[in-house]
Design a protein around this ligand. Structure first.
Ligand code: C2E
Ligand code: MG
Ligand code: MG
Length: 317
């Protein structure tokens, strides 16, 4: 179809199908299942016509999500969400420099849930905004406690979902919380993921500028996991680039050419005056490789898994 001038406008046709294999089911229940199949459509698919067939797992997934959704607000009130800290280790000083805050859900019936089980849902229903602010407040309270007790304060980074950016004043609540605890902004870093840049580089630059104007540090998370390029990095005013673990997997480490490429990427990032963190580092071999590069920090199981706050405090002590 031609809309306006010569723009083509593509309509996607999605249908949900329930194959009737239980004739005892009411028509309404059958319709429900076809509808479940329709709603389970993965919007990342680019076909113009998609036909989704109902499967029992779709229903159990939706039911499971409903259970999580029903509980999420009470869980936040009851402190069933817990902030874990994963140390970042300095290759220069050989000491723990800071940490990344990672959320865990200690669900009353399901036990300890990793973020992959609830963050995609919370990004869809918007609850991630409240959760991110909760994490940020816990981090500010902790740094204040360290400062009050004369303990050396360590900088902490928090993950920020793209869901925040729908509001122009999304940083105001972050600033209010930071001021409430009187935490110097240089202790706080906001991690953004590279997929956000790809969808809108101009908007991304503006967000980085605003984060800096508010006084926070800003890093790009998971660099190298998607399509972002070094060319794009040079146009972004970031403090830190977190190199995705995929750069350091065993296949890459064994290939001399790949090694040279990874080293060059680290060198180029340094030349752009950005700090580098290597993520997902698990082996001595990877550490050995990184010790021969200009990389600044390491975050991975080789140093430590994400820890409950008390255990992190023990570690830095
Ligand atoms: P991320 O921000 O890239 O965090 C790093 C993830 O890698 C963490 O997974 C961490 O546990 C894992 N990791 C660290 N070292 C290693 C290693 O040596 N080997 C392996 N295999 N994995 C390692 P986690 O905690 O499951 O978090 C997954 C993702 O969920 C995070 O990726 C982040 O994108 C998101 N996330 C976590 N907490 C929050 C939050 O408070 N807010 C938002 N918006 N997203 C969060
Ligand atoms: Mg992160
Ligand atoms: Mg990451």
């Amino acid at each position: 179809y031609n809309i306006g001038k010569k723009e083509k406008y593509y309509l996607t046709f999605v249908c949900g199908v329930y194959h009737i294999d239980d004739i005892g089911l009411s028509v309404t229940a059958m319709e429900d299942r076809a509808h479940t199949a329709l709603k389970s459509n993965d919007s990342s698919r680019s076909e113009l016509c998609v036909c989704n067939y109902y499967a029992d797992e779709m229903r159990s997934k939706l039911i499971n999500e409903k259970i999580l959704e029903n509980r999420m607000r009470d869980s936040l009130k009851n402190k069933e969400f817990e902030v874990y800290l994963q140390p970042k280790y300095s290759l220069d000083t050989k000491k723990i420099y800071g940490a990344e805050a990672l959320i865990r859900w200690v669900h009353p019936t399901k036990g300890l849930l990793p973020p992959a089980e609830f963050i995609p849902l919370f990004e869809r229903n918007g609850f991630i905004i409240e959760l991110d602010l909760f994490v940020f407040e816990e981090v500010c309270a902790l740094i204040k406690k360290w400062m009050d007790n004369g303990v050396e304060a360590h900088p902490i980074s928090v993950n920020m979902s793209r869901a925040h950016f729908v509001k122009d004043d999304f940083l105001d609540r972050y600033i209010q919380i930071r001021d409430k605890y009187g935490v110097p902004a240089e202790y706080l870093e906001i991690e953004l993921t590279e997929t956000m840049v790809f969808s809108n580089p101009q908007a991304f630059s503006k967000i980085i500028r605003e984060i800096h104007e508010a006084g926070f540090k800003c890093s790009m998370d998971d660099f190298g996991s998607g399509y972002s390029s070094l060319n794009m990095l040079k146009n972004l005013d970031l403090d830190t680039v977190k190199l995705d673990g995929a750069f350091f997997n065993s296949k890459t480490m064994e290939d001399k050419k790949e090694n040279i490429i990874v080293k060059s990427i680290i060198d180029m990032t340094k030349a752009l005056d950005m700090l580098t963190v290597a993520e997902g580092i698990e082996s001595e071999k990877q550490m050995d490789f990184l010790n021969h590069t200009a990389c600044d920090y390491v975050q991975g199981y080789i140093i430590s898994k994400p820890l409950p706050i008390k255990e992190f405090e023990k570690l830095i002590r």
